[in-house]
Ligand binder design. Structure first.
Ligand SMILES: Cc1cc2nc3c(=O)[nH]c(=O)nc-3n(C[C@H](O)[C@H](O)[C@H](O)COP(=O)(O)OP(=O)(O)OC[C@H]3O[C@@H](n4cnc5c(N)ncnc54)[C@H](O)[C@@H]3O)c2cc1C
Length: 331
């Protein structure tokens, strides 16, 4: 068992979040001969912790679980522990810009700590929303853990040919997701709104064009609230409704969006957000200021939190870009 890292007063780079992006940022910083601190709540808060099989990871022809991939990245980071402190479970709570860098407050081992980074990398990711069943979000967890219900169409769309599919959601995003799943050969597809009016918040023109498109593709919707789920032993999703009926699907797909986009720290630093709530960066992953429209010196955002697409290779690539930029122009 590795020991606890010793917290330094200051590092060249401080990374907030130690999922795929943050771990890679810490590794790259060390390889470029910088000191770094990676401050992470823990792998179980990474989106990929619940991905049982990723099939787009180079070097793993049989696929690899997100859990195992995080373990391998952590093992690799531990090899450079002379340069990088990996602080976990630790939760970053506040950041203040100071002359020549950023002061970071975090909780680690039940105590409040602080450190300073000349450069700061935001890599806190985003958090998926789960369906609410009578005020609880836990009922769907087993189906998510077995990947009977998926959350990422770019990751898992290829698993849908011929699958009877329930799309969980009620808005324009849910309607578009249902249509997108047809591209992957899913069918039949139904949208389950869990008691919300379907397309209730859409304007009239959007609603009528989407309804026509869904009808043309024979996609239907059900607005009855959920009462629970069944079918885990048979590896199917049976949705039980509050009116006593139930429906059976091979797969479920969540189109519920994000529960949290970890916006608090980037907002406190003056970051610009895109309309979906992602942090806006330039192509070197420098955070763009909401007020000036220019890059904020020394501040980077990588992985899912940044405006890009949400997959592991993108998390790695953005982490590399940020650290290489910091090496070339900032540190
Ligand atoms: C079910 C599922 C299946 C997926 N399948 C695939 C796939 O097959 N292929 C693929 O490429 N991608 C897949 N993805 C997407 C992939 O998981 C994400 O793109 C990837 O995890 C993003 O990496 P990240 O480092 O940006 O964020 P994350 O991996 O989510 O890591 C964020 C980290 O930040 C930490 N954190 C958050 N807030 C704080 C804070 N305040 N202080 C300290 N730490 C904090 C968390 O503990 C977490 O470890 C899947 C996602 C899901 C949900």
């Amino acid at each position: 068992m590795p020991g606890f890292p010793r917290l330094q007063e200051a590092y060249d780079v401080v990374v907030l979040g130690g999922g795929h992006a943050g771990l890679q940022a810490g590794l790259k910083a060390a390889l470029l001969n910088y000191t770094a601190a990676v401050i992470d709540r823990g792998p179980k808060f990474s989106r990929s912790f619940y991905a049982p099989r990723m099939e787009n990871i180079p070097g793993f022809p049989s696929g690899i679980s997100g859990h195992k991939l995080l373990d391998l990245q952590i093992e690799q980071l531990r090899q450079v522990e002379g340069k990088v402190g990996y602080f976990t479970p630790a939760r970053a709570s506040a950041v203040r810009p100071v002359d020549g860098g950023f002061d970071v407050d975090f909780e680690w081992l039940m105590q409040s700590r602080s450190t300073r980074g000349r450069a700061l990398v935001l890599a806190m990711g985003v958090v998926d929303r789960m369906p609410d069943v009578g005020g609880q979000i836990e009922p769907l967890f087993p189906w998510a853990n077995f990947a009977i219900v998926d959350f990422c169409i770019l990751c898992d769309g290829h698993l849908y040919p011929g699958k009877r599919t329930a799309v969980l959601g009620h808005d324009v995003f849910a309607a578009r997701t249902a249509l997108d799943l047809l591209h992957f050969g899913a069918g039949p597809v139904e949208i389950l709104t869990n008691g919300k009016p379907f397309l209730g918040e859409a304007d009239d023109a959007t609603r009528s064009s989407l309804v026509a498109e869904l009808a043309a593709r024979t996609i239907t919707w059900v607005e009855t609230p959920f009462a629970g789920f069944d079918g885990i032993r048979e590896k199917v999703l049976i949705v039980q409704f509050s009116d006593g009926t139930s429906r059976r699907y091979d797969k479920g797909f969540s189109a519920l969006g994000w529960y949290s986009m970890n916006s608090e720290i980037p907002r406190s630093l003056g970051a610009r957000f895109d309309p979906e709530g992602y942090v806006v960066t330039d192509e070197d992953c420098r955070v763009i200021s909401e007020t000036t429209g220019a890059a904020i010196p020394g501040l980077y955002c990588v992985g899912d939190l940044r405006n890009g697409w949400n997959q592991v290779p993108e998390a790695w690539a953005t982490a590399e870009r940020a650290i290489v930029h910091a090496y070339s122009y900032y540190l």
